[in-house]
Write a protein that binds this ligand. Sequence first.
Ligand SMILES: C[S@@+](CC[C@H](N)C(=O)[O-])C[C@H]1O[C@@H](n2cnc3c(N)ncnc32)[C@H](O)[C@@H]1O
Length: 249
Amino acid sequence: MKIHLVGIGGGHPDQVTVQAVEKLRAVDVFIVADKGASVGDLGAARQALLERHHGGSYRVIEVPDPPRDRSPRQYENAVLDWHDARARAYAQVLDGLAEGTVVGFLVWGDPALYDSTIRVVERLAALRDNIEFDVTPGISSVSMLAASHRLVLNRIGGPIVITTGRNLASDVAAGLDNLVVMLDGNLACSALTGTGWGIHWGANLGTVDEKLVAGPLDDVLADIRRSRDDVKATHGWVMDTYLLRRLAG
Ligand SMILES: C[S@@+](CC[C@H](N)C(=O)[O-])C[C@H]1O[C@@H](n2cnc3c(N)ncnc32)[C@H](O)[C@@H]1O
Protein backbone atom coordinates (compact mmCIF):
# COMPACT_ATOMS: atom_id res chain seq x y z
CA MET A 1 0.00 0.00 0.00
CA LYS A 2 1.24 3.47 -0.89
CA ILE A 3 1.07 6.36 1.58
CA HIS A 4 1.78 9.97 0.70
CA LEU A 5 2.54 12.41 3.51
CA VAL A 6 1.93 15.83 2.04
CA GLY A 7 2.95 19.17 3.55
CA ILE A 8 0.14 21.64 2.84
CA GLY A 9 1.46 24.93 4.23
CA GLY A 10 -0.44 27.01 6.74
CA GLY A 11 -4.03 26.60 5.68
CA HIS A 12 -4.44 28.68 2.51
CA PRO A 13 -4.92 26.69 -0.72
CA ASP A 14 -2.45 29.01 -2.55
CA GLN A 15 0.36 27.79 -0.35
CA VAL A 16 0.44 24.26 -1.67
CA THR A 17 3.30 23.44 -4.03
CA VAL A 18 2.76 21.90 -7.49
CA GLN A 19 4.50 18.75 -6.26
CA ALA A 20 2.08 18.53 -3.32
CA VAL A 21 -0.92 18.94 -5.65
CA GLU A 22 0.32 16.02 -7.77
CA LYS A 23 0.60 13.83 -4.68
CA LEU A 24 -2.84 14.90 -3.40
CA ARG A 25 -4.43 14.00 -6.71
CA ALA A 26 -3.07 10.46 -6.49
CA VAL A 27 -4.76 9.87 -3.12
CA ASP A 28 -7.98 7.81 -2.77
CA VAL A 29 -8.37 8.01 1.01
CA PHE A 30 -7.15 10.73 3.34
CA ILE A 31 -6.73 9.74 6.96
CA VAL A 32 -7.06 12.66 9.37
CA ALA A 33 -6.81 12.79 13.14
CA ASP A 34 -10.11 13.88 14.63
CA LYS A 35 -9.10 16.22 17.45
CA GLY A 36 -12.61 17.20 18.48
CA ALA A 37 -14.20 20.63 18.58
CA SER A 38 -11.01 22.44 19.65
CA VAL A 39 -9.73 22.80 16.07
CA GLY A 40 -12.34 25.42 15.09
CA ASP A 41 -12.41 26.01 11.33
CA LEU A 42 -9.26 23.99 10.54
CA GLY A 43 -11.50 21.26 9.12
CA ALA A 44 -12.99 23.82 6.74
CA ALA A 45 -9.48 24.85 5.63
CA ARG A 46 -8.70 21.21 4.81
CA GLN A 47 -11.93 20.81 2.88
CA ALA A 48 -11.30 23.99 0.86
CA LEU A 49 -7.85 22.73 0.00
CA LEU A 50 -9.08 19.37 -1.27
CA GLU A 51 -11.97 20.90 -3.20
CA ARG A 52 -9.59 23.27 -4.94
CA HIS A 53 -6.77 20.83 -5.68
CA HIS A 54 -7.97 17.25 -5.81
CA GLY A 55 -10.43 17.37 -8.68
CA GLY A 56 -11.41 13.69 -8.43
CA SER A 57 -13.15 11.41 -6.00
CA TYR A 58 -11.68 10.72 -2.60
CA ARG A 59 -12.75 9.80 0.89
CA VAL A 60 -11.76 11.39 4.19
CA ILE A 61 -11.64 9.06 7.17
CA GLU A 62 -11.48 10.81 10.51
CA VAL A 63 -9.81 8.74 13.20
CA PRO A 64 -10.40 9.78 16.82
CA ASP A 65 -7.08 10.93 18.26
CA PRO A 66 -5.97 8.72 21.18
CA PRO A 67 -5.63 10.58 24.49
CA ARG A 68 -2.16 11.79 25.44
CA ASP A 69 -0.60 11.93 28.90
CA ARG A 70 0.40 15.60 29.27
CA SER A 71 2.12 15.35 32.65
CA PRO A 72 5.43 17.21 32.28
CA ARG A 73 7.61 14.53 33.94
CA GLN A 74 6.61 11.92 31.40
CA TYR A 75 6.82 14.16 28.34
CA GLU A 76 9.01 12.13 25.97
CA ASN A 77 7.65 8.69 26.88
CA ALA A 78 4.10 9.99 26.74
CA VAL A 79 4.68 11.31 23.22
CA LEU A 80 6.16 7.98 22.08
CA ASP A 81 3.21 6.05 23.56
CA TRP A 82 0.86 8.42 21.79
CA HIS A 83 2.63 7.82 18.46
CA ASP A 84 2.25 4.06 18.98
CA ALA A 85 -1.46 4.45 19.80
CA ARG A 86 -2.02 6.53 16.68
CA ALA A 87 -0.15 4.02 14.52
CA ARG A 88 -2.33 1.18 15.87
CA ALA A 89 -5.52 3.18 15.17
CA TYR A 90 -4.39 3.91 11.59
CA ALA A 91 -3.39 0.28 11.03
CA GLN A 92 -6.99 -0.72 11.76
CA VAL A 93 -8.21 1.75 9.15
CA LEU A 94 -5.77 0.38 6.55
CA ASP A 95 -7.02 -3.15 7.24
CA GLY A 96 -10.47 -2.08 6.00
CA LEU A 97 -9.22 -0.64 2.68
CA ALA A 98 -9.03 -2.45 -0.65
CA GLU A 99 -5.66 -3.60 -1.98
CA GLY A 100 -4.05 -0.83 -4.08
CA THR A 101 -5.78 2.06 -2.29
CA VAL A 102 -3.51 5.10 -2.13
CA VAL A 103 -3.62 6.75 1.29
CA GLY A 104 -2.74 10.35 2.12
CA PHE A 105 -1.93 12.25 5.27
CA LEU A 106 -2.17 16.04 5.08
CA VAL A 107 0.46 17.69 7.23
CA TRP A 108 0.17 21.28 8.37
CA GLY A 109 3.19 23.37 7.29
CA ASP A 110 6.21 21.17 6.67
CA PRO A 111 6.26 17.54 7.89
CA ALA A 112 9.85 17.92 9.11
CA LEU A 113 9.09 20.55 11.75
CA TYR A 114 7.31 19.77 15.02
CA ASP A 115 4.96 17.25 13.52
CA SER A 116 4.61 13.60 14.45
CA THR A 117 3.17 12.23 11.21
CA ILE A 118 6.47 10.89 9.82
CA ARG A 119 7.20 9.10 13.12
CA VAL A 120 3.66 7.70 13.30
CA VAL A 121 3.76 6.43 9.72
CA GLU A 122 7.19 4.84 10.35
CA ARG A 123 5.54 2.91 13.20
CA LEU A 124 2.57 2.07 11.01
CA ALA A 125 4.93 0.65 8.37
CA ALA A 126 6.47 -1.52 11.08
CA LEU A 127 3.03 -2.90 12.02
CA ARG A 128 1.87 -3.89 8.52
CA ASP A 129 3.66 -5.46 5.53
CA ASN A 130 4.05 -3.80 2.13
CA ILE A 131 3.67 -0.19 3.15
CA GLU A 132 5.71 2.32 1.17
CA PHE A 133 5.57 5.97 2.09
CA ASP A 134 7.00 9.21 0.78
CA VAL A 135 7.12 12.77 2.11
CA THR A 136 6.41 15.98 0.20
CA PRO A 137 7.72 19.15 1.85
CA GLY A 138 5.40 22.04 2.64
CA ILE A 139 5.81 25.72 3.37
CA SER A 140 6.46 25.95 7.08
CA SER A 141 5.04 28.59 9.38
CA VAL A 142 8.68 29.58 9.95
CA SER A 143 9.08 30.47 6.26
CA MET A 144 5.72 32.26 6.31
CA LEU A 145 6.70 34.30 9.36
CA ALA A 146 9.94 35.40 7.70
CA ALA A 147 8.25 36.26 4.40
CA SER A 148 5.38 38.20 5.98
CA HIS A 149 7.78 40.30 8.03
CA ARG A 150 10.26 40.50 5.10
CA LEU A 151 12.95 39.08 7.36
CA VAL A 152 16.13 37.06 7.07
CA LEU A 153 16.01 34.80 10.12
CA ASN A 154 19.74 34.50 10.71
CA ARG A 155 22.08 37.40 11.32
CA ILE A 156 24.82 37.48 8.64
CA GLY A 157 26.61 34.12 8.85
CA GLY A 158 24.98 33.41 12.23
CA PRO A 159 22.82 30.57 13.55
CA ILE A 160 19.07 30.45 14.05
CA VAL A 161 17.53 28.11 16.60
CA ILE A 162 13.97 26.84 16.26
CA THR A 163 12.53 25.99 19.63
CA THR A 164 9.27 25.66 21.56
CA GLY A 165 7.58 27.73 24.26
CA ARG A 166 8.34 24.87 26.67
CA ASN A 167 12.12 25.17 26.05
CA LEU A 168 12.46 28.92 25.62
CA ALA A 169 13.60 29.75 29.16
CA SER A 170 16.38 27.15 29.16
CA ASP A 171 17.51 28.12 25.65
CA VAL A 172 17.81 31.76 26.67
CA ALA A 173 19.62 30.75 29.88
CA ALA A 174 22.07 28.82 27.67
CA GLY A 175 22.92 32.08 25.88
CA LEU A 176 20.92 31.73 22.64
CA ASP A 177 19.84 35.12 21.37
CA ASN A 178 18.22 34.55 17.97
CA LEU A 179 15.35 32.09 18.14
CA VAL A 180 12.15 31.14 16.37
CA VAL A 181 9.52 29.95 18.86
CA MET A 182 6.69 27.56 17.96
CA LEU A 183 4.12 25.62 19.98
CA ASP A 184 3.75 28.31 22.56
CA GLY A 185 0.17 28.59 23.77
CA ASN A 186 1.18 30.72 26.76
CA LEU A 187 3.49 33.32 25.20
CA ALA A 188 6.56 32.16 27.12
CA CYS A 189 8.35 35.28 25.86
CA SER A 190 6.38 37.28 28.47
CA ALA A 191 9.01 36.22 31.01
CA LEU A 192 11.68 38.10 28.99
CA THR A 193 10.22 41.60 29.25
CA GLY A 194 12.64 44.14 30.63
CA THR A 195 15.68 42.19 29.38
CA GLY A 196 16.24 43.75 25.94
CA TRP A 197 14.50 41.58 23.32
CA GLY A 198 12.80 42.35 20.01
CA ILE A 199 9.99 40.24 18.58
CA HIS A 200 8.47 39.56 15.16
CA TRP A 201 5.19 37.73 15.83
CA GLY A 202 2.66 36.21 13.43
CA ALA A 203 -0.62 34.37 13.91
CA ASN A 204 -2.64 32.33 11.42
CA LEU A 205 0.06 33.06 8.88
CA GLY A 206 -0.77 32.43 5.27
CA THR A 207 -4.52 32.69 5.86
CA VAL A 208 -6.75 35.68 5.18
CA ASP A 209 -6.84 36.29 8.94
CA GLU A 210 -3.07 36.62 9.31
CA LYS A 211 -1.99 38.99 12.09
CA LEU A 212 1.50 40.48 12.43
CA VAL A 213 3.10 42.51 15.22
CA ALA A 214 6.76 43.57 15.51
CA GLY A 215 8.86 45.77 17.78
CA PRO A 216 10.65 45.79 21.12
CA LEU A 217 9.04 43.05 23.24
CA ASP A 218 8.32 45.43 26.12
CA ASP A 219 6.37 47.78 23.82
CA VAL A 220 4.33 45.27 21.82
CA LEU A 221 3.52 42.39 24.18
CA ALA A 222 0.11 43.80 25.14
CA ASP A 223 -0.76 44.23 21.45
CA ILE A 224 0.27 40.61 20.75
CA ARG A 225 -1.93 39.33 23.58
CA ARG A 226 -4.89 41.32 22.29
CA SER A 227 -4.39 40.18 18.69
CA ARG A 228 -4.07 36.55 19.83
CA ASP A 229 -7.34 36.72 21.78
CA ASP A 230 -9.14 38.44 18.87
CA VAL A 231 -8.08 35.80 16.32
CA LYS A 232 -9.06 32.96 18.64
CA ALA A 233 -12.45 34.51 19.42
CA THR A 234 -13.22 35.10 15.74
CA HIS A 235 -12.00 31.85 14.18
CA GLY A 236 -12.01 29.29 16.98
CA TRP A 237 -8.27 28.65 16.56
CA VAL A 238 -5.05 30.57 16.72
CA MET A 239 -1.57 29.36 15.85
CA ASP A 240 1.34 31.69 16.30
CA THR A 241 5.07 31.66 15.66
CA TYR A 242 7.61 34.34 16.47
CA LEU A 243 11.22 35.39 16.10
CA LEU A 244 12.90 36.62 19.27
CA ARG A 245 16.16 38.46 18.91
CA ARG A 246 18.21 40.23 21.56
CA LEU A 247 18.34 43.93 20.74
CA ALA A 248 21.76 45.48 20.09
CA GLY A 249 23.20 47.36 23.05
C1 LIG B 1 2.39 21.02 15.53
S1 LIG B 1 3.32 22.40 15.03
C2 LIG B 1 3.27 22.21 13.31
C3 LIG B 1 4.35 22.98 12.60
C4 LIG B 1 4.26 22.79 11.11
N1 LIG B 1 4.69 21.47 10.73
C5 LIG B 1 5.05 23.84 10.34
O1 LIG B 1 5.93 23.47 9.55
O2 LIG B 1 4.75 25.03 10.49
C6 LIG B 1 2.17 23.67 15.35
C7 LIG B 1 2.86 25.00 15.54
O3 LIG B 1 3.25 25.51 14.27
C8 LIG B 1 3.07 26.90 14.24
N2 LIG B 1 2.10 27.20 13.16
C9 LIG B 1 1.51 26.30 12.36
N3 LIG B 1 0.73 26.91 11.46
C10 LIG B 1 0.83 28.23 11.70
C11 LIG B 1 0.26 29.40 11.10
N4 LIG B 1 -0.57 29.32 10.06
N5 LIG B 1 0.61 30.60 11.62
C12 LIG B 1 1.45 30.71 12.66
N6 LIG B 1 2.02 29.64 13.25
C13 LIG B 1 1.71 28.42 12.78
C14 LIG B 1 2.59 27.32 15.62
O4 LIG B 1 3.74 27.65 16.39
C15 LIG B 1 1.96 26.06 16.13
O5 LIG B 1 1.95 26.02 17.54
